[in-house]
Ligand binder design. Structure first.
Ligand SMILES: [Zn+2]
Length: 158
């Protein structure tokens, strides 16, 4: 069996062999192949190309293939995520709570967020010292750093 998964970080579709447990996206993110993440299943590798194309078209929301090729939407989508996260974090209370809410909301939206993502959100909240905020988050065990420059919320073990 083969299938199509969508990268939680860059939101691109990728064809995978479903007998494998993980696959690495072209953006570098290691995607765990879990049933909830499989958007489409096909029987043969030959059908996979078309399946990836279909899922990509769904993700692009009806844009033509040509438009998608010349105008990647990732930038717009990420900017929307930052705006949404900043709006939520703004209501979290004092500064420490806002920083924490920003990290948690970014994790919910992106699963893994970058230093740059955090910076965009904190600047929107009027917080300038990104490094100190990040140190607080790491020290308080709100987030950890799975890869240099990338952060992820620490969730309690199931
Ligand atoms: Zn990716």
């Amino acid at each position: 069996m083969f299938g199509v998964v969508v990268c939680p970080r860059c939101h691109r579709a990728k064809g995978v062999d479903l007998s494998k447990k993980t696959t690495t996206c072209s953006c570098g993110f290691a995607i765990r192949i879990v049933p909830a993440r499989i958007r489409l299943r096909v029987g043969t590798e030959r059908e996979l190309i078309e399946a990836v194309r279909r899922v990509s078209a769904d993700l692009a929301g009806g844009l033509s293939e040509y438009e998608r090729a010349v105008q990647p939407r990732r930038k717009t989508r990420i900017a929307e995520v930052h705006a949404r996260v900043a709006a939520t974090a703004m209501k979290a209370g004092d500064r420490a709570h806002r920083v924490r809410a920003a990290a948690i909301e970014l994790s919910k939206e992106l699963e893994v967020f970058s230093y740059q993502d955090l910076r965009e959100v904190l600047v929107a909240l009027g917080i300038q010292d990104i490094d100190a905020s990040l140190d607080d988050l790491l020290r308080a065990n709100v987030v950890y750093e799975p890869r240099q420059g990338f952060y992820r919320m620490i969730t309690p073990a199931p």
